[in-house]
Design a protein around this ligand. Structure first.
Ligand SMILES: NC(=O)c1ccc[n+]([C@@H]2O[C@H](COP(=O)([O-])OP(=O)(O)OC[C@H]3O[C@@H](n4cnc5c(N)ncnc54)[C@H](OP(=O)(O)O)[C@@H]3O)[C@@H](O)[C@H]2O)c1
Length: 219
């Protein structure tokens, strides 16, 4: 995640969603090159129009060198099955697209998604049961390392499920402000300090004006 100095990941009106440097983008592709699959929430894939690609030949070579498939799998999350069918990701067919959804998705929406994605799988009644979903991704699609690229609502669900091992956070020297501007964990959150998901800072590198940090879960 790229985050401003005031802890935001986009502007309040969601108009600005990309604000890291070219180095940060390179870092994102490097991270994708360590993962079997890249996952993001419905709103992120619609707003950013990201295709969740590898970033080019250089990164595909890196993937192959590490014993990964040339292209990462792409996983989208939408509890209501409401991802915009016109989203750019559905137009680029270089690797399988898997949609995780819930019983809230209507038959009509499921049918449409099945035409767009390679697999659509229901986990849970109203909220996705990520514990079961990640088990299934490993068993069925050999996903051993999953990179989640947000947004805040999806991140929150993963934090609450206790499924985040590591956070890669780029701190960018900008202030967006705005009480409605999203942060890295939106959604429901934790009600008490004792319940907060706990991490320790395991790496920090300054490159030009940005700080590249890694936070690892406290076991
Ligand atoms: N700075 C960064 O690094 C960065 C990275 C990513 C995104 N962003 C920004 O973050 C914003 C989007 O974040 P967001 O929090 O609004 O959206 P999001 O997390 O991308 O997507 C939210 C949607 O994902 C589905 N979802 C998430 N958790 C779920 C769960 N537990 N069960 C079922 N469905 C679930 C729901 O889809 P349905 O409504 O379809 O059910 C929900 O509405 C955008 O402005 C984007 O640009 C910034």
């Amino acid at each position: 995640m790229a985050m401003t100095a005031d802890g935001k990941i986009a502007t309040a009106n969601r108009a600005v969603h990309s604000f890291g440097s070219a180095r940060d983008l390179e870092h994102l592709y490097e991270l994708r090159a360590t993962a079997d699959a890249v996952m993001c929430g419905a709103r992120t894939v619609e707003i950013s129009q990201s295709i969740l690609g590898t970033g080019g030949e250089k990164f595909r070579k890196l993937r192959l060198k590490k014993g990964l498939a040339a292209y990462n799998l792409r996983v989208l999350v939408s509890g209501s099955g409401s991802i915009d069918p016109a989203a750019e990701i559905f137009k680029k067919r270089f690797s399988p697209i898997i949609v995780l959804t819930t019983e809230r998705a209507s038959e009509k929406k499921l049918k449409l998604l099945r035409e767009l994605a390679d697999e659509v799988k229901v986990f849970g009644e109203t909220e996705i049961n990520f514990y079961a979903a990640l088990h299934w991704l490993r068993a069925k699609w050999q996903v051993n390392r999953l990179l989640c690229e947000g947004g805040g609502e999806l991140n929150d669900a993963l934090f609450r499920a206790g499924l985040v091992d590591e956070i890669n956070l780029t701190i960018c020297p900008k202030i967006f402000g705005g009480r409605n501007a999203p942060t890295i964990a939106e959604g429901i959150g934790f009600p008490r300090l004792a319940m907060a998901d706990k991490f320790e800072l395991t790496a920090i590198i300054r490159k030009k004006v940005e700080l590249f940090t890694v936070l690892s879960r406290v076991k």
